[in-house]
Design a binder for this molecule. Structure first.
Ligand SMILES: Nc1nc2c(c(=O)[nH]1)N[C@H]1C(S)=C(S)[C@@H](COP(=O)(O)O)O[C@H]1N2
Ligand SMILES: [Mo]
Length: 252
């Protein structure tokens, strides 16, 4: 038996079980809404989950590779003159920004033993990871930057995420809400970043805290995170995917 035959068989078995999924009718996987496009997302998701080992790291670069880095999408959730302004959260963000995020707290709740409210100082006391990675935006540009923050797995352990937990939801101070599965959530390079290129995370890049989800494209790395909710079920808020019809799973 050659070395390749084992993963290949695993892959075929995975495709077979994929076919059986709609019959099962459970929520073991993100839904396809009967759409052909969404079925392709699901195949990408399952194929990557099968053939890429869970802890495979993306490439990390040297300080000399750091490039200029544009700020895209929401660059200030406190600015009411923008289409993505969140009437409820925008003013709260503006207030927190004025005090240098001294009173800001990250709320972590849901299927956890102990919900917490973490200050920036709390987050800085937790295990820390610095990584220089390439950000790839779906709009066709990429940039290399250095991110420092808390691995998400450290926070999930801190709150005692349920063994039945399957997704981590993120809520931002603009209108975004999104979730990732536990494979991504426990990945060593999935961090909540408060530092960028050796300084505090700038407002435009998501201050005080943003997600770095290195194995997916840019729009999955949510900026301006205010709350994380651990859940056992998939819920996309009736959006049928991500905003504007983009894939929920966008692995690279
Ligand atoms: N809250 C929030 N997060 C967001 C966005 C956004 O508009 N709002 N834009 C996304 C997109 S499309 C990209 S490419 C990156 C851009 O991050 P940057 O501004 O640090 O370059 O953030 C992502 N996260
Ligand atoms: Mo993007």
């Amino acid at each position: 038996m050659d070395a390749l035959s084992v993963p290949r068989r695993g892959f075929m078995a995975g495709l077979a079980s994929l076919g059986a999924f709609p019959l099962a009718g459970c929520d073991a996987q993100p839904p396809t809404y009967g759409s052909l496009l969404r079925t392709a997302d699901l195949i990408t998701y399952n194929a990557q989950r099968l053939i890429i080992p869970r802890a495979t790291l993306v490439r990390e670069f040297d300080v000399s590779d750091i490039s200029s880095f544009p700020a895209i999408g929401t660059t200030d959730p406190g600015n009411p003159h923008r289409s993505d302004y969140n009437e409820e959260q925008g003013p709260i963000y503006e207030q927190a920004r004025k005090t240098g995020f001294a009173d800001w707290r990250l709320r972590v709740e849901g299927a956890v033993a102990q919900p917490v409210d973490l200050s920036l100082a709390d987050l800085r006391r937790l295990p820390r990871r610095t990584q220089i990675t390439r950000h790839i935006c779906e709009e066709g540009w990429s940039a290399i930057g250095q991110w420092t923050g808390v691995p998400l797995h450290a926070i999930l352990r801190l709150v005692g995420a349920s063994p039945d937990a399957r997704y981590a939801y993120f809520y931002s101070y603009d209108k975004l809400a999104d979730c990732i599965d536990m494979v991504d959530a426990f990945h060593p390079q999935t961090i909540l970043a408060y530092g960028f290129n050796g300084s505090d995370l700038p407002i435009a890049h998501g201050a005080p805290l943003r997600l770095r989800l290195e194995r997916q494209v840019g729009y999955r790395s949510m900026k301006f995170i205010r709350k994380i909710v651990v859940t056992e079920h998939f819920d996309d808020f009736r959006r049928k995917g991500w905003v504007r019809g983009w894939s929920w799973y966008a692995g690279i």
